[in-house]
Design a protein around this ligand. Structure first.
Ligand code: FPP
Ligand code: MG
Ligand code: MG
Length: 398
C-alpha cells in the first residue's frame, strides 16, 4: 500500500523538476543591489507549496502525448545573453543529475530544430516520456511562481498581513517601500523571462493574468464600497460576483498558466481549452477552500493570519451561506463588520450555520468539473496526477 501511494504521488512525476525552482528563481532575481536581492527572494526562502509550478509541469507531461497543432512556429532562444546573465538560470553540467540527461536531450532537440531554421516543435506525437518537459515549460513554471509571489508581496501590504509562509510578512520585516519594490521587481523579471519564451500567444495570455489579478482585487474592494441597503439575504448576483472575483484573483493565474503550458506543448485547441477549464475550476475550488480555512484553521497551522477576512471586511462563501440562514448578518455585511463586536458576531453565526460545510460542497463541485475536463486528455500518469491534485485541494489544511 505504501508503495502504491508513493507511485501515485504527483510530486513523484515531476519532483526533480520542482527541486530546481528555488535555485532558478534566485538566479532570475539577481540584481546589483544586495538589499533588493534579499527582499525579492525573501518569500522563496520559506517552503512554499509550489502548487502552480507543479501543475504547469504536470500539464506539460500530460499534453506531450496526443494530437498536435500544425504549422505553429515559436522558438525558445535559451542561450542568448544580455545584461542579465540568463545563462545562469539553466542548470550547468556540474549540477547534472539523472533526470537532467532528459532535459539535455530536449534542449538539444530544440537547438536542432532552431538550427534547421524550421523553428517547429522539436518532437513528434511519438515522443518518449522522458522528453516531455521542455525548457520553455520550466521557465513558464518559474514565471508563474514569480507572478504569484509578486501578487502576494503587494497583497500583504494591502491586507496588513502579520505573517506569510510562517515568516513575518514582508512589510513587517522590510517595510512597505521595500515590499512594493520587490513585488514590482519580480513582475519585471517575470516579464523579461516571458518575452524570452518567444511565444506571442503565451505572452499575451500571461500578460492578461496581471489585468485579471488587479481586476479581482478591485472587485473585492469595490464590493466593499457598495452602499446598497442591506439585503435580507445574499441574492444570486452577490454569489455570482463573489465567484467572478474568485476566478480573477486566484483562478486566472492557474487556468492561464496551464493553457500556456499546453500551448508550449503545441497541443490542439480542444486540449488547450481542456487544460484551461481544468485550471479555472481547480483555481476556484482552491480559493473556496482558502476562504473556508480562514474560519476553521489556526494561524499557526496556516502560517498566515486566520480569521482575517472578516477583519478585512470581506464576506466570503461561508458568510454568504450563513447569511441565508441568519438574515441578521445582512447589516453586518453591509457595514463590512466595522462596528465593535461585528467580527465576533459574524464568526459565531458562520460557525452556527452550515456555511463552512456548504462551502466545502461547492468546492467539491468545482473540483469535479476540473476532473471532468481532463477526460479528453490521453490517458497518462500525468493526467492521473492532475486529478489527484484536484482532489487534494479539498482536503488541504494550509
Ligand atoms: C491573496 O489573496 C492575493 C491574491 C490572490 C492576489 C493579489 C493581487 C494583487 C494585490 C494585485 C496586484 C497584482 C500583481 C501581480 C502586482 P488573499 O488576501 O485572499 O489571501 P491570503 O490569505 O493568502 O493573504
Ligand atoms: Mg488580499
Ligand atoms: Mg491577503
Amino acid at each position: 500500500a505504501e508503495q502504491s501511494k508513493k507511485l501515485m504521488d504527483p510530486k513523484d512525476l515531476v519532483g526533480s523538476e520542482l527541486s530546481f525552482i528555488t535555485d532558478n528563481l534566485a538566479r532570475l532575481l539577481e540584481s546589483g543591489h544586495p538589499m533588493l536581492n534579499t527582499v525579492s527572494r525573501y518569500y522563496f526562502s520559506a517552503s512554499g507549496k509550489h502548487i502552480r509550478p507543479l501543475l504547469v509541469m504536470l500539464v506539460a507531461q500530460a499534453t506531450s502525448i496526443g494530437s498536435k497543432r500544425q504549422g505553429r512556429s515559436s522558438i525558445l532562444v535559451d542561450n542568448e545573453f544580455d545584461h542579465i546573465d540568463y545563462s545562469l538560470i539553466d542548470r550547468s553540467a556540474s549540477q547534472t543529475i539523472q533526470s537532467d540527461q532528459e532535459s539535455q536531450a530536449s534542449n538539444r532537440l530544440i537547438q536542432d530544430a532552431t538550427r534547421d531554421g524550421h523553428g517547429g516543435r522539436p518532437y513528434s506525437p511519438h515522443v518518449t516520456a522522458g522528453l516531455t518537459i521542455l525548457p520553455t515549460h520550466r521557465r513558464l513554471a518559474e514565471i508563474t511562481e514569480m507572478i504569484h509571489t509578486s501578487s502576494l508581496l503587494h497583497d500583504d501590504v494591502i491586507d496588513h498581513a502579520e505573517t506569510r509562509r510562517g515568516l513575518p510578512a514582508i512589510q513587517k520585516k522590510f517595510g512597505n517601500k521595500m515590499a512594493i519594490f520587490a513585488g514590482d521587481f519580480l513582475l519585471a523579471r517575470a516579464s523579461m523571462a516571458l518575452a524570452r519564451l518567444r511565444d506571442p500567444e503565451v505572452t499575451e495570455i500571461m500578460a492578461s493574468v496581471l489585468c485579471d489579478l488587479v481586476d479581482g482585487e478591485f472587485k473585492q474592494l469595490k464590493n466593499l464600497e457598495v452602499e446598497d441597503a442591506p439585503m435580507s439575504q445574499p441574492d444570486e448576483p452577490a454569489f455570482a460576483y463573489y465567484l467572478e472575483k474568485t476566478y480573477l484573483k486566484t483562478g486566472s493565474l492557474i487556468a492561464k498558466s496551464l493553457r500556456s503550458s499546453a500551448i508550449l506543448s503545441n497541443s490542439t485547441d480542444d486540449i488547450v481549452e481542456a487544460t484551461y477549464i481544468y485550471g479555472r475550476n481547480l483555481g476556484i475550488a482552491f480559493q473556496l477552500i482558502d476562504d473556508l480555512l480562514d474560519f476553521t484553521v489556526s494561524a499557526a497551522e496556516l502560517g498566515k493570519p486566520a480569521g482575517a477576512d472578516l477583519e478585512l471586511g470581506l464576506a466570503t462563501a461561508p458568510v454568504l451561506y450563513a447569511w441565508q440562514e441568519f438574515p441578521e448578518l445582512g447589516p453586518l455585511v453591509a457595514r463590512k463588520f466595522s462596528v465593535d463586536g461585528d467580527v465576533a458576531k459574524a464568526w459565531e453565526l458562520v460557525h452556527r450555520s452550515e456555511g463552512v460545510e456548504r462551502t466545502r460542497v461547492l468546492a467539491r463541485q468545482y473540483m469535479e468539473r476540473a476532473a471532468e475536463a481532463l477526460r479528453i486528455l490521453p490517458p497518462s500518469s500525468a493526467r492521473d496526477a492532475l486529478e489527484r491534485v484536484a482532489m487534494s485541494v479539498l482536503t488541504r489544511t494550509k
